[in-house]
Design a protein around this ligand. Structure first.
Ligand SMILES: [Zn+2]
Length: 202
C-alpha cells in the first residue's frame, strides 16, 4: 500500500490498523502575502469505512484554506488544453504544499478527450490531485476510483466550456469522503460546487 500524505497539511488520528499515523507532529502552515487568510478549517469528515468503527473528525487542515485563485488558474489552463478540432483534452494538476508556498503544477502527461496519463505522483508535498473532464460532467469514474488510492484530496472539474463545475473528495486508501470546496479553498472560485448534487454518471 502506498500512502500519499503531506504531514504539513493533513493530520491523521489512527484507528485504522492498516494506515500508519504521521511519524512526527504536524507543523502549522501559513501562506505568505495574504492578510485575509481564514483560520484553519476543519474537515469534519465523519467517514464510514466498511468493517470499522466510524471515523469522526479524523482529518483537519493544519493551514488556512487555499486561495481560490488556484482554481481560477487551473480552469484557465484546462480551457487551453485542446485538440486541433477544438475539443478539450483531459488534464491533470497537482497542488503542492510546501508550508510557505502552495503551487499548482502540471505533471508530465498525455491527455485525450477522455483520458489522461501522467507520470510521478508520489511526491509527499502533493495535497490534491485535480483532473479535468473537459466538456464532460465532473464525476469520479471507476477509473478515477482505481487511480485515486492515496491519502490525499482529489478533485475533478468538468463542463469547462459552459458552467464549470467541480467535485472534491478526501481519499483514504480507496475510501472517499465528499467535501464542499469551501472546506479546502477560500471560495469555490469559478466553479459550481457539486457537493450538494448527486453524482450523475458512473
Ligand atoms: Zn475522471
Amino acid at each position: 500500500m502506498r500512502l500519499y500524505r503531506n504531514p504539513h497539511f493533513l493530520a491523521y488520528q489512527d484507528d485504522h490498523a492498516q494506515i500508519p499515523p504521521p511519524q512526527r507532529p504536524v507543523a502549522f502552515v501559513s501562506l505568505p502575502d495574504d492578510p485575509d487568510l481564514d483560520p484553519p478549517a476543519l474537515l469534519n469528515a465523519a467517514c464510514t469505512v466498511r468493517g470499522l468503527a466510524p471515523l469522526g473528525r479524523q482529518f483537519w487542515l493544519k493551514c488556512p484554506r487555499l486561495p481560490a485563485q488556484l482554481l481560477h488558474a487551473v480552469l484557465a489552463d484546462g480551457r487551453r488544453a485542446r485538440q486541433p478540432d477544438g475539443r478539450l483534452n483531459e488534464t491533470l494538476y497537482q497542488i503542492h504544499h510546501h508550508g510557505r508556498t502552495v503551487q499548482v503544477r502540471k505533471p508530465a502527461q498525455q491527455g485525450t478527450a477522455t483520458t489522461v496519463v501522467a507520470t510521478g505522483g508520489d511526491d509527499p508535498a502533493v495535497v490534491c490531485d485535480l483532473h479535468s473532464h473537459g466538456h464532460m460532467p465532473a464525476f469520479f469514474s471507476p477509473t478515477d476510483d482505481a487511480d485515486e488510492q492515496g491519502l490525499r484530496l482529489y478533485a475533478v472539474m468538468g463542463r469547462l466550456d459552459s458552467v464549470p463545475e467541480m467535485r472534491l473528495r478526501l481519499g483514504v486508501c480507496g475510501y472517499w469522503q465528499p467535501l464542499p470546496l469551501t472546506a479546502v479553498f477560500s471560495d469555490a472560485g469559478p466553479f459550481l460546487d457539486l457537493y450538494n448534487f448527486k453524482e450523475r454518471e458512473r
